[in-house]
Design a protein around this ligand. Structure first.
Ligand code: 4NP
Length: 155
């Protein structure tokens, strides 16, 4: 069993998108019993909220269902519970590094290290237009394929 936690700032746009896209890929490959997927935010603003409707709608158009997800904040025990903690941008990563307990066992890094794109961050789409949400999906789809290829070798 392997487990992955996707992390952004609010847990209502980027990390729920990664959660939904990666889960769909895991299901498609018949690996739901072997790979657990979750997402969280470094900030507390949106705890308990469903994904932003712009993220949910853009995801739905590509066949991903984000409706069951609810925002939560990253907690210290996540660093022992998960095998991979993957940040959407460098600020998220710095915040995670700052709260990382000494007994942490999780791999901590940028999600896009697993993608075949030239960018290294998934940009925050919250204050931008619709194109930002499509771009998030493009980046997340690329990194999800790479991440699953990586994890499949460890199963
Ligand atoms: P996320 O996007 O980190 O991708 O979920 C954001 C959501 C909310 C806020 C910022 C970014 N906010 O400032 O409330």
């Amino acid at each position: 069993m392997k487990s992955v936690l996707f992390v952004c700032l609010g847990n209502i746009c980027r990390s729920p998108t990664a959660d939904g896209v990666f889960k769909a890929l895991v299901e498609e490959r018949g690996l739901t019993d072997q790979i657990a997927v979750d997402s969280a935010g470094t900030a507390a603003y949106h705890i308990g909220n469903p994904p932003d409707s712009r993220s949910a709608d853009a995801a739905q158009k590509r066949g991903y269902d984000l409706s069951s997800l609810r925002a939560r904040q990253v907690i210290a025990t996540d660093f022992e519970q998960f095998d991979y903690i993957l940040a959407m941008d460098n600020e998220n990563l710095a915040n995670l590094q700052a709260m990382r307990p000494n007994n942490a066992t999780a791999y901590l890094g940028l999600f896009l290290d697993f993608a075949t794109v030239s960018e290294d961050e998934v940009p925050d789409p919250y204050y931008g237009g619709g194109q930002g949400f499509e771009h998030v999906l493009d980046l997340v789809e690329s990194a999800s394929v790479g991440l699953l290829q990586h994890i499949e070798k460890e199963l």
